[in-house]
Write a protein that binds this ligand. Sequence first.
Ligand code: C2E
Ligand code: MG
Ligand code: MG
Length: 744
Amino acid sequence: MQASENSHDDFLFIDDSDEDEILDGSGGEAWQVLIVDDDPEIHSVTQLALSDLIVLGRRLEYLHAYSGQDACKLIEENQDIVLVLLDVVMETDDAGLRVVKHIREKLQRQDIRIVLRTGQPGYAPEESVIKEYDINDYKTKTELTRRKLVTTVYAAIRSYQQIAIVNESRQGLEKIVSGSSRLLELHSITEYTQGTLKQLTQLIAQGRDCLFCARGQGIIENANDLSFYVIAQRGFSAVLAKQKLETLKNEQINQQVKTCFTQQSHQYLDDSLCLYLAKGSYRAVIYLTLTEPLSDVQKQLLEVFLSGVAIGYENVHLFQKLNNAAYKDGLTNLPNRLAFVRLLDEFVKSDCNNDVAALIDLNHFSDVNDALGQDVGNQLLSAVAQRIQGLNGSCKVARVGADVFGIIGSSDYLSPETLINLFEEPFTAGEQKLPINACFGFCTKEHANSSGVKVLNQINIALNLAKKKRLEHFAYYNPDLEDETQWRLNMIRQLRTDFAEKRLELWYQPQLSLSSGKVIGAEALLRWRTADGNFISPAVFIPLAEYSGLIVEIGDWVVNQACAQIKLLKEKNFYDITISVNVSIPQFRRGNFVDTVLNAIERHQIKPSRLELEITENILMDDPQVIIDSLEQLKSYGISIALDDFGTGFSSLSYLQKLPLDRLKVDRTFVTNIAKDGQSVIAETIIDLGKKMNLKVIAEGIEEIEQQERLIALGCDEVQGFYYAKPMPKDEFLLFLEKNSSKC
Ligand code: C2E
Ligand code: MG
Ligand code: MG
């Protein structure tokens, strides 16, 4: 067994040829022909007869086997054999037929062409063998003149080539079908274009370097020009994705891609090609370097493949648009709440233990919207988004709600300090420079729960806590907060039912004049007695009522109760008793607070001056002007205004001056130790300030006579405290008044 090149032998079959295709067969690829015959002479004669023959542009190369067994082995070892010239009778009468069976059945090679030859016409194979095993030809050896042999070989190789083309097309189509369905699963533009390049190079089995290019605008994020950008690449040492094509600095490729775009057609060159894709409003060009020119079959397959790719390319853009609509915030172009939940899912799964997730809630954003209009509001949000994004490139930022942003990043850059710093400078929105504050909720990786939704909830819990804090406007989540939140929710639920079931009462704590010792009024204080008879302190439930908004309803009820009490006192001839009612921020925020108070006064037909509203100075931290306006209106009707817990808050004196006050209340903390040496400075200052501002000053929390003595010495006007009376139900208060008036 050996392979041999065409050799010239003297011995020839009868030469009846004169016009065979005998051309220069040197170099290039060759067709491998296996000659199987136990007669060595047949080998050399065949080879000689076919010498210099070029079939379909290729010369022939011979392999030789001298028995059926050898032939089988050779065929197994040489995948490229295209034709077997096969003797029928060799070591056995049917050795050749066994080779046929071996090729077709065992090796499953349907493409190899077989020409049977026999020296003895009597040993012709049965018709069934020829039918069954796809045998090209059957010849007796004497029939094989050079001309007939050439014709037979020619026909057989042509038939082989056709089978090969059909096979190649079939395999190509299989690749296209399976490749296309794989591509269909890819929904991001990057994945899709990357996948297309991969399938493409597999389909044509070459293409070392390739690029998927498109015009930037609308395709590449943040690109608003129409230059060519690379969307995906294979090969090429430089990273080109999302870069302009010109960064490749290859003028030839640049030019080819441009020509392909402008001529809107594929450009086939021997060493490269540019494929033009167009579907709907989406256009793209694929550039490929080739190691050899494409065959016609490859070109045809490419076109089929590309028509599918173009549809997929449009689909992936449409998908992206849908995705953007579902996962992007239209105003800031940032990921939205849904997308932030996904980012938090990744945060939970990542092993960056140093990472932290946070929510940033802008304070009073709705006021900006209401006062300056939605356009300015939008500009403000964009400016805030931009500044947050500038914190650190590695942080992931999202807009989670109207005025709430989410951020995930390393705690090296993401901390309360860095976020607070972001809000130090005012934001530019249109013509305006707006100082904006925010509250921050954090959740570290350590405490992050098992899913994005749960983590969002955790950060929310921290954010809500941050909102309630007076000094620091940030909080980190820790599991205890969750118990606290649960407790808070239960309390609010219970408060709501108990308020509806009229379990809330208004008690009264007398206020006395230090000069006359007479009761001049009372502070109305809420009491909550639960169904099991326990009292819950207002210090506990008032913040919950404020947080839940329930304080608005409860506050209305309190004002009405107080007015009813004033009316009752008037009927009992206590005309001069003033009832003070505590008012919380949410009541002012609602907008119609002034009307509610005036209606209550009207309904109970009482003198407005008998009603006093107690506000704390912290009320001013929220929205000074709105509150000052409301208070001025109330004051103009004769309602008295007192500043409660003075000295414990953070209001600036300049705002205090703007408040239409009648009374200052010195907080208990400044009264407790007032009788001790050197401990009365603050109380003294407040009393002096009150005097200078022409206000009455009342001290609260007097429990001992020494405190009263000191307050008299300091010139305080009025007092309230356990020393005189604890808060009491309304009937007891009436009795107390009657007793007090009979004493005076
Ligand atoms: P506040 O307005 O500063 O009320 C004075 C608090 O000091 C009352 O506590 C009163 O019982 C207590 N107090 C008065 N004299 C003394 C004393 O000599 N010693 C001591 N240790 N305490 C004294 P209370 O009733 O527990 O109310 C707590 C807070 O709850 C009030 O502080 C007020 O801010 C709020 N609050 C009570 N009722 C209402 C209401 O109807 N509406 C609103 N918004 N807040 C209310
Ligand atoms: Mg008060
Ligand atoms: Mg007070």
